[in-house]
Design a protein around this ligand. Structure first.
Ligand SMILES: *Cc1c(COP(=O)(O)O)cnc(C)c1O
Length: 432
């Protein structure tokens, strides 16, 4: 058989260019990471050929003997990693994991109380352009203007006023930890279900560097490719006391089903067809890596690096939303620097620094312009950068932002970025 190089030189060349881009740019997008070679290999394996609709031991296709063992290993490792009673490793992405939660636990028209999208929440938590905002009735809680943090008394008042069927937690641009006990007591008080979407922070939660939602939330979803550093995908989990603390009545039989049955059928056949077995194999490899001591050391460094970045930016006169960070990311409000998020993102891109523009709470610009940028530490920490390098990164970003129209400075910083990246090599191969 031909290699990709022989079969498709055009795509091969573009993959090579992408490898070069990943090697030579500062990757600071908070939702991205670099997987290991082992995860890449499983991801690119021949399991992409296999149909395995159903679950281990109950498949709709033959030839699933090895797929079964692999999915069981992925599930067992995920349970061990998060102290979960039950997991489903089949969701193709964070968004499809969330779709399954909605299908299992909400009816069209039910009210969801979620984290305000313009304060850092995710579009699958009630955006008008997403199914979650189209089929359900979204209500939002947000951060306080003065503190940039959640006020649980206000969330309680809001929940009492709107009586949601479900309360969701989780955001893509919130740098602080959550009080899950407070959330659960609010949910219990108004008779709502509690769902935590830990897409961004799963790696920090697995290593106990952030509060653990599993003992408090009825259901937890995550992506597997952000701080968890696995392949692109999703997962649903239920904590140890979650299994029996609420019965769910099946519409036809009237029989009370348990959570695991209802959630499993919401993934398949509810919202997906065949699972991506090559991705599930890569999830198993990534969970295995996450159970090693070195993963905890990595997450500790992620947190240290994000804190070092925040402190340096404060020193340089930047306005960090909430004043700092508990996790892997910071959100900078650029309004006192006289540039928009769009301008900053573009100028930084020219200097080989990849960040994303981001709305800040109470933003006065549109989502296409924004007043902020979001910066994350996970990817460059995987490459081995520590606090000193992250302080240097803050200095480089400041140089570009202070000179957002000066192409000479952008070129100069690009050179400094390339030198830094060279000191911390990433991949020395194009494909797995
Ligand atoms: C990233 C993210 C998702 C979506 O994950 P995809 O894999 O991109 O579908 C969902 N919720 C939150 C909070 C996220 O940050």
């Amino acid at each position: 058989m031909k290699s990709i190089q022989e079969q498709d030189p055009k795509i091969f060349e573009l993959l090579e260019k992408e490898t070069r881009r990943q090697n030579t740019n500062l990757e600071l997008i908070a939702s991205e990471n670099f997987v290991s070679r082992a995860v890449l290999q499983a991801n690119g394996s021949n399991l992409t050929n296999k149909y395995a609709e159903g679950y281990p031991g109950k498949r709709y296709y033959g030839g699933c003997e090895w797929a079964d063992v692999i999915e069981d290993i992925a599930r067992d490792r995920a349970k061990e990693l998060f102290g979960a009673d039950w997991v489903n490793v089949q969701p193709h992405s964070g968004a499809t994991a969330n779709a399954a939660v909605y299908l299992a636990l909400m009816k069209p028209g039910d009210t969801l109380l979620g984290f305000d999208l313009s304060h850092g929440g995710h579009l699958t938590h009630g955006s008008p352009v997403n199914f979650s905002g189209i089929y359900f009735k979204p209500e939002f809680y947000g951060v306080e203007k003065e503190t940039g943090r959640l006020d649980y008394n206000k969330i309680r008042d809001k929940a009492k006023a709107v009586k949601p069927k479900m309360i969701s937690i989780g955001a893509s641009a919130y740098s602080r930890d959550y009080d899950y006990e407070a959330f659960r007591s609010i949910a219990d008080e108004v008779g709502a279900l509690l769902w935590m979407d830990m897409a961004h922070t799963a790696g920090l939660i697995a290593t106990k560097l952030l509060n653990d939602p599993l003992p408090h939330a009825h259901v937890v979803t995550t992506t597997t490719h952000k701080t968890l550093r696995g392949p692109r995908g999703g997962m649903i989990l239920v904590g140890k006391d979650g299994e029996n603390n609420l019965g769910v009545v099946a519409p036809k039989s009237g029989r009370t089903k348990n959570w695991s049955e209802v959630l499993d059928s919401a993934v398949f056949p509810g919202t997906q067809g065949g699972p991506l077995m090559h991705i599930i194999a890569a999830k198993a490899v990534a969970y295995g890596e996450a159970l090693e001591d070195s993963f905890k050391e990595y997450q500790i460094q992620v947190q240290k690096n994000a804190k070092a970045l925040a402190a340096k930016f404060v020193e340089l006169g930047y306005d960090i939303v909430s004043g700092g960070t508990d996790n892997h990311l910071i959100l900078i409000d650029l309004r006192n620097k006289g540039v928009t998020g769009k301008i900053a993102e573009e100028a930084l891109g020219k200097a080989a620094i990849t960040v994303n523009k981001n709305m800040v709470p109470f933003d006065t610009e549109s989502p296409f312009v924004t007043s902020g940028i979001r910066i994350g530490a996970p990817a460059m920490t995987t490459r081995g950068l520590q606090e000193a390098e992250f302080e240097y990164i803050a200095f480089l970003i400041d140089k570009v932002i202070q000179n957002s129209g000066n192409e000479d400075i952008h070129k100069q910083v690009e050179g400094e970025v390339n030198d830094l990246c060279e000191r911390f090599p990433l991949y020395d191969f194009v494909t797995a």
